[in-house]
Design a protein around this ligand. Structure first.
Ligand SMILES: *[C@@H]1O[C@H](CO)[C@@H](O)[C@H](O)[C@H]1NC(C)=O
Length: 285
């Protein structure tokens, strides 16, 4: 076989694997609020959420998971998105819940979105890191990923790690590892705080606001009835031991140097009695 033919075959095979593992919104999620404002389109390949003066909208995964890799492609609300918050997160239910968040805080036209990340363990969060992006998240779809295993949580954007939250249970820091979580997504109004600290309000003359989701993929340990791993053998559950390698370390440093705008681990005013324990132990604050 010529090299180009071999290459074409390899590409075709990898395309099929991706296609086979990519989810379908009809089978994978339930609309949780907003009624007709949430729309599943193109036979389940796409999902759009919208927000107007009366309500936002949202959906959640049908299944619960304990560890996995969760990918979603999103195209955020274009134009004047001030006051809107688009989300993609994992959460358990009930008191003392665990949660792993990606939130996208809109902005007035021409000003950058803020990507807000947080981790809650046993009901306690206060571990925010925020970023600006190196691209326009409204112009095209980009992939946002949460890798959650027993050792760490990794946030990735287009496969570039932007944040790692390591398991520091040995030092007494709670880590989400025993409560199953669902995947959630929503678009809602938060103009009391989201944009420039709440100073910039939602411009309802531009409503409805719409964000689009596609290619939801959970390679994860499903729990509950019919529990099984959704990872195919080919994927070999790489997420379950996923760490940051040397290339990843360079990339996360680049993101943190150039694009991070807030880090709770650097906010000594907020923690007058000393920074949280994990801040002193992690290489990637
Ligand atoms: C909005 O734009 C301002 C000015 O560039 C920036 O400081 C802020 O972080 C942006 N994001 C939000 C959510 O306010």
């Amino acid at each position: 076989m010529t090299q180009s033919k071999a290459c074409a075959v390899a590409l075709t095979i990898s395309y099929l694997l991706v296609a086979a593992s990519a989810g379908n919104f009809y089978s994978d999620v339930d609309i949780t609020f907003g009624g007709e404002r949430a729309k599943i389109l193109s036979s389940g390949q796409d999902l759009s959420l919208s927000l107007d003066q009366y309500s936002g909208s949202g959906f959640q995964s049908k299944h619960e998971y304990l560890f996995g890799r969760f990918d979603m492609q999103l195209r955020l609300v274009p134009g004047n998105s001030a006051g809107t918050v688009t989300t993609f997160y994992l959460s358990s239910q009930g008191a003392g819940h665990d949660e792993i968040d990606f939130e996208f805080l809109g902005n007035s036209s021409g000003n950058p979105y803020t990507i807000h990340t947080n981790v809650y363990s046993q009901g306690k969060g206060n571990k925010e890191q925020q970023f600006h992006l190196w691209f326009d998240p409204t112009a095209a779809f980009h992939t946002y990923t949460i890798v959650w295993n027993s050792q760490r949580i990794i946030f990735l954007i287009d496969n570039i790690p932007v944040r790692v939250f390591n398991n520091h249970e040995a030092a007494g820091v709670p880590f989400p590892k025993s409560q199953p979580m669902r995947v959630y997504a929503s678009l809602w109004n938060a103009d009391d705080w989201a944009t420039q600290g709440g100073r910039v309000k939602t411009d309802w003359t531009k409503a409805p606001f719409t964000a689009s989701y596609r290619k939801f993929n959970a390679n994860a340990n499903r729990v509950g009835p019919n529990s099984k791993s959704t990872s195919s053998e080919n994927e070999n559950q790489a997420w379950s031991t996923q760490d940051i390698d040397a290339a990843g370390r360079n990339r996360i440093r680049w993101v943190q140097n150039k694009h991070m705008i807030y880090n709770y681990c650097k906010d000594s005013k907020r923690f007058p009695n000393g920074l949280p324990v994990e801040c002193k132990r992690s290489r990637f604050l």
